[in-house]
Design a protein around this ligand. Sequence first.
Ligand SMILES: Nc1ncnc2c1ncn2[C@@H]1O[C@H](COP(=O)(O)OP(=O)(O)OP(=O)(O)O)[C@@H](O)[C@H]1O
Ligand SMILES: [Mg+2]
Length: 336
Amino acid sequence: MSGVVLKNIRKSYGAVHVIHGVDLEVQKGEFVVFVGPSGCGKSTLLRMIAGLEEITGGEMYIDGEQVNDIPPSRRGIAMVFQSYALYPHMTVYDNMAFGMRIAKASAEEIEKRVKAAADILQLTPYLDRLPKALSGGQRQRVAIGRAIVRNPKVFLFDEPLSNLDAALRVATRIEIAKLHESMSDAIMIYVTHDQVEAMTLADRIVVLSAGRIEQVGSPLELYENPQSLFVAGFIGSPKMNLLHGARAASFNCSTVGIRPEHLEIAGHTGGQWTGTVIHTEKLGADSFLYLDIGDDEPMTVRENGTTKYNTGDTVSVKALDGKVHRFGADGKPVKV
Ligand SMILES: Nc1ncnc2c1ncn2[C@@H]1O[C@H](COP(=O)(O)OP(=O)(O)OP(=O)(O)O)[C@@H](O)[C@H]1O
Ligand SMILES: [Mg+2]
């Protein structure tokens, strides 16, 4: 039983139950991303894997060894947090070497590993600098480098990029993807709120809701075949349009879901649904139209390029073939 295995893992703080029995197996070399609304238990689960939170119930294994009562330092894990917490008075090199020095590694071994990590993360030119002389993205890369030199079996990341600006986020995301490719045996478990990070980094995404797993699957499995209304609404940005009442009844279901990118504008009339444009967002590469269609939430429509429609226009849309999701009253997909 290699990898990270969670069996019926539970967590309570006194009488408050926050994780209700999670089963999950993460294989060697796999990149797994946890997503879910704020407060659903992502960090708690990660911290239990790290050994920073006590496990209330269930069993956890890392490489076949039950680790429930094993301290963090002996689990073979390294964790990278949102706030990178570098030692301000130490150079980049010393920040990365610190853990190995504590572990009494030889000077040659330390130098070899720090240089290798710096190379992977493109930090070599900065090894003599203090953290204050680095950008946010460079600092976060040092924090990741500190994890790499420990050569862990499991990397745990809790929203490591959320303090970075958009451009640095993209650059560092790519560094993390490359890091994963270069370490074929390492397991990475990564918490994020960012849809793009989840979709691009994950081999599998775990969608959590209120302390339970809603669905586990590859990014495209979750996108194409959400097994619940919750997952349908959570995966994808902007989110899937959900239509109810008579609109759903005409599809023989309780809720019809169509993603904004799967709607096509038919013109002013002639589509399946017609509404008034209440707002537009023109981003250059694409545009978003928000249509007031009556009873349901405003419908979001994605159009390539710059839309010619404006607020107040009447616009009619239709769903692309095969792109309609149907859900029953129980929130589960209706089988065709
Ligand atoms: N020490 C604690 N005592 C009581 N409840 C706690 C404690 N720590 C966390 N919780 C609760 O556990 C639940 C899960 O928290 P957690 O931090 O894991 O959520 P999260 O999914 O990481 O959220 P976010 O996306 O906001 O970071 C929350 O409802 C939180 O209030
Ligand atoms: Mg959290």
